[in-house]
Design a protein around this ligand. Structure first.
Ligand SMILES: [Zn+2]
Length: 131
């Protein structure tokens, strides 16, 4: 597991609070277990859930109630994995697109990922691949 210094702990906890308060219907149950990923992927998750929320709200306005909730969000073999219950094809597509963006994004800082760190696999930018 990534060991966080205190600034990163703060960023992590602010992110978790933001997601749970902005999208309570997706995250409020808390059994999803937090975000087991590096902070470099937080922005793409913000973008992903903004898109999902917009879609769910617009479908609801059309009388189509989608009850989706997050089961787990984690990094596995250097790739982002977002597991949800209740997704339709469109939400599944949005998640798949975000997972592709994550593969191209440094998990530590959010810059373009150019390397896959060996050992425990992790997608990294030039700078983080060297350190
Ligand atoms: Zn980086």
């Amino acid at each position: 597991m990534t060991k966080f210094i205190s600034d990163e702990d703060k960023i992590y906890s602010e992110f978790e609070t933001f997601m749970e308060t902005t999208y309570p219907e997706f995250f409020k149950h808390r059994s999803y277990g937090g975000f087991s990923i590096g902070i470099g992927w937080f922005q793409l998750l913000r973008d992903l859930f903004a898109k999902i929320n917009e879609y769910v709200v617009s479908e609801r306005n059309n009388g189509n109630v989608i009850e989706m909730r997050v089961a787990q969000i984690k990094e596995k073999f250097g790739e982002l994995r977002v597991y949800v219950d209740g997704a339709d094809d469109h939400i599944a597509h949005l998640i798949h697109e975000a997972e592709k963006v994550a593969y191209a994004t440094c998990e530590l800082c959010g810059k373009p990922a150019t390397h896959t760190k060996k050992g425990w696999l992790q997608r990294l930018c030039d700078g983080h691949a060297k350190s």
